[in-house]
Design a binder for this molecule. Structure first.
Ligand code: HEC
Ligand code: HEC
Ligand code: HEC
Ligand code: HEC
Ligand code: HEC
Length: 267
């Protein structure tokens, strides 16, 4: 049994490496075809000065957005068909400028073109109201690194982030329960992610063994949906609801995982 699990972990790990963006010729070829006519990408791939611009290209190159065909212009605007820099940059403004599509007030609307459920949740929050009125509160890029794929906060870092405003002297009335509960909500999300990844590995293994897994596959899809709902609900900052949703996803995922383990061991 232990041995079987070790094998599974190795298989899973290899799978992970193979699915890293940009690794392997296949992924590279697909990426090159996707961006062949996009001059933002073509030109920026060769821009190595100034550093503050060049570094951004490399963040994007290894992001989920790059993998999924989301080019610079989808967020920054501009004309990706123009080969001339100034023509391409028409309406590309620095995010520090109020009119930029990525300024603190416009960012959520720009992301909502593709992430409507998340943004709908976010705009309900007190944070969004404060961002709109006085520019105070975490924005999308506070938690998602520039190209907005990575979530850069561990549970402890989440607590620190919230503490910056909610448990700092002389700022807002201190509410130490906010960072504490936020850290728990983040842990609950990570645990749910973990069990769903585990179930996904077991499903792959079950298929490899030729087992019939129709029911398990359907249950797995439901568990994934619960996890996705939990992630969306994170953006409301209603900490009780987030934890409830994350724990719901965890319980469903655990059921699927345990069922699959039984079946695979029995085989
Ligand atoms: C022909 C080359 C070229 C093309 C095409 C191009 N860029 Fe640039 N871009 C640059 C260079 C070089 C810089 C560095 C600053 C400068 O020289 O203006 C830059 C700077 C930028 C900046 C940073 C602006 C700042 O000053 O902080 C952004 C954002 C940007 N480009 C986005 C885009 C987008 C989006 C597209 C496509 C619609 C695009 N670029 C097309 C060459 C290009
Ligand atoms: C998913 C949306 C998204 C995509 C795709 C994206 N960016 Fe950005 N970019 C942002 C956001 C948001 C900011 C401002 C916040 C920050 O600094 O993290 C930003 C900031 C920048 C900056 C710093 C200047 C500024 O306006 O703040 C540069 C340079 C830049 N991006 C270049 C690029 C290039 C080049 C590409 C394509 C290779 C690209 N970005 C793709 C969202 C995106
Ligand atoms: C043109 C469409 C588009 C825009 C605009 C866009 N995204 Fe995305 N985003 C995607 C796609 C497609 C994915 C991959 C979804 C998937 O894998 O199911 C994604 C994935 C993500 C993820 C999840 C990454 C992961 O590893 O699972 C985050 C976070 C994200 N986007 C944040 C943002 C933010 C913040 C903005 C605005 C600055 C933004 N996106 C703008 C299309 C977009
Ligand atoms: C306080 C931090 C924080 C802020 C602010 C934030 N997010 Fe997130 N976001 C998260 C966390 C945490 C997750 C869940 C990550 C995980 O568990 O994989 C997440 C997940 C996501 C996902 C993936 C959802 C899915 O179903 O997989 C998208 C897309 C996303 N965020 C977009 C945004 C956008 C757009 C904004 C701004 C309107 C934003 N986020 C603001 C922390 C934040
Ligand atoms: C940049 C400052 C800032 C950061 C960082 C920040 N907040 Fe806030 N938050 C605010 C402001 C401002 C308000 C509105 C307070 C008010 O109007 O009383 C608020 C309100 C809230 C509320 C609503 C309180 C209520 O009674 O309605 C919750 C919940 C909350 N924040 C949770 C969080 C969590 C969780 C984090 C960390 C992930 C966080 N905040 C990070 C500034 C911040």
């Amino acid at each position: 049994m232990v041995k079987a699990l070790c094998v599974l972990i190795v298989i899973g790990f290899t799978g992970l490496i193979q699915s890293l963006p940009g690794s392997g010729n296949n992924a590279t070829q697909i990426a090159e075809a996707t961006y062949k006519n996009n001059n933002c990408v073509n030109c920026h791939a060769k821009v190595d000065e100034p550093l503050r611009v060049s570094a951004r290209y490399y963040e994007w190159q290894f992001s989920r957005h790059q993998e999924k065909g989301v080019s610079c212009d989808k967020c920054h605007g501009g004309d990706p068909t123009a080969t001339d820099k100034d023509k391409a940059h028409v309406d590309v403004l620095r995010s520090s400028e109020a009119q930029s599509r990525l300024s603190r007030n416009n960012q959520a609307a720009t992301c909502s073109a593709c992430h409507q459920p998340v943004v709908n949740a976010f705009v309900q929050s007190a944070h969004y109201q404060k961002l709109k009125s006085v520019g105070l509160g975490p924005n999308c890029n506070t938690c998602h690194a520039h190209m907005a794929t990575t979530v850069i906060y561990s549970p402890k870092e989440v607590a620190n982030l919230c503490s910056n405003c909610h448990n700092a002297a002389d700022f807002l009335p201190p509410r130490p329960q906010i960072p504490r509960r936020a850290s728990e909500a983040k842990m609950a999300l990570q645990r749910a992610n973990g069990v769903i990844n585990w179930a996904a590995l077991l499903l792959t293994e079950g298929r490899r063994l030729g087992l019939t897994l129709t029911e398990e596959q359907n249950e797995f899809k439901l568990a994934q949906q619960l996890l996705s709902d939990a992630k969306v609900s994170w953006h409301t900052f209603k900490l009780e609801d987030i934890q409830k949703n994350a724990d719901g996803a965890f319980q469903k995922g655990t059921k699927v995982k345990d069922g699959l383990r039984k079946k695979i061991v029995a085989d």
